[in-house]
Design a protein around this ligand. Structure first.
Ligand code: SAH
Length: 341
């Protein structure tokens, strides 16, 4: 069986190459071709002899993540992508260009098993994890199309902390100074709140920004919409975030999908205040993107602003997330579901 080539650190590649009888510096050449030149085909590595290229392609392979479809917004620069994997599975990614910062939103799994009621990505459960090589190739494929990006948000399909080994390997690789050299602070990982994994992440040398999908300010309410809340309480979640913040000194923010009439009531304001009063935290208010399987609509702008103002008056720092590419409307998960149909 062929060995994946693009998910190896330089040290691992060197070891592999030595074992295969190649000189050590060849590993560095290949590593640079992959991570600096974004080459995903040995044939294009013209700094290697034809024979060596041929041999390498017998022994190693690149997982492919190929653009199937591109949807371009007419309102802003947002583009959404359907990407196909070697086994025919489909994932989604989004490219945004805002104030000359290029951000991509990437998927971490094919499907998701968290079961949040309002989310399209989880409706058919988890198909499989993405490998580290696939997540990397997902990013490089988007960079081949759009040029180098500045930020990555791991907020596409999947629960990144449910694919811990691969997502952390991916982050280590893409931040490697000898390769793509993206800074840790330009990566934001969003999680529905797998508490033990937040501690584990904090104790590694990963140091990315953390976004916590809170969405509800009481355990009772949260449990109704997010099964993970039956496992970990909001109190445990916030403690884990405090630990993460303390350890990494990175930004931790709370995501709050506003569902009008459900989680923007006065009781929610009060609950948020008792959770966060006096703390220097940031709440991102996200308008619900309506999906077929969840019977709530998009909140009016006035409802969003009201809620934000109520929070602000209580000294909680909340902002309304800009909604990009609203005309190619299909937050992650929806495109894939429709494609499957
Ligand atoms: N599983 C991770 C990351 C992927 S979801 C997580 O839960 O954080 C990325 C963000 O989109 C999460 O905050 C998620 O709750 C939110 N989201 C899911 N469905 C949505 C919808 N219909 N409208 C708006 N945001 C949604």
């Amino acid at each position: 069986m062929k060995v994946t080539i693009n998910d190896k650190t330089l040290e691992e590649l060197e070891e592999l190459f030595l074992k295969e009888g190649y000189q050590k510096f060849r590993a560095k050449q290949v590593f640079r071709q992959i991570h600096v030149n974004k080459v995903n085909d040995f044939d294009q590595m013209t700094d290697l002899s034809k024979d060596m290229r041929e041999e390498l392609s017998q022994k190693f392979y690149f997982p492919s993540v190929k653009m199937e479809n591109e949807f371009v917004s007419k309102i802003d620069s947002t583009k959404k992508y359907l990407l196909s994997l070697d086994d025919g599975n489909i994932i989604e990614a989004v490219f945004m260009n805002y104030e000359s910062r290029k951000t991509i939103c990437i998927s971490s799994q094919v499907g998701c098993r968290m079961g949040c009621k309002f989310c399209a990505s989880t409706k058919k459960g988890l198909e499989r994890d993405l490998t580290a090589g696939e997540i990397l190739e997902e990013v490089y494929e988007l960079e081949r199309i759009n040029g180098d990006i500045n930020n990555i948000v791991i907020m596409g399909i999947g629960e990144p902390l449910d694919n811990f080994k691969n997502i952390t390997r991916f982050i280590s690789l893409i931040t490697d100074e000898k390769g793509r050299n993206l800074s840790h602070r330009s990566i934001t990982l969003s999680t529905s709140g797998l508490v033990p994994k937040i501690y584990e992440l904090a104790d590694m040398d990963i140091d990315v920004n953390l976004a916590l999908s809170l969405h509800y300010a009481s355990d009772e309410k949260r449990r109704r919409y997010m099964p993970i809340a039956n496992k970990y309480s909001i109190g445990q979640l916030i403690k884990a975030c405090d630990y993460y913040l303390d350890k990494t000194k990175r930004r931790v923010s709370f995501e709050y999908v506003v569902i009008d009439g459900v989680n923007n009531l006065d009781e929610d304001v009060n609950n948020l205040v008792s959770l966060f009063a006096g703390k220097n935290i940031h709440i991102n208010l996200i308008p619900l993107n309506p999906i077929e399987e969840f019977a709530y609509g998009k909140p009016k702008n006035s409802a969003l602003r009201d809620f934000r103002d109520k929070l602000s008056r209580k000294k909680l720092n909340a902002t309304i997330r800009r909604s990009m590419g609203s005309d190619i409307d299909a937050s992650c998960g929806q495109l894939r579901n429709n494609y499957a149909r």
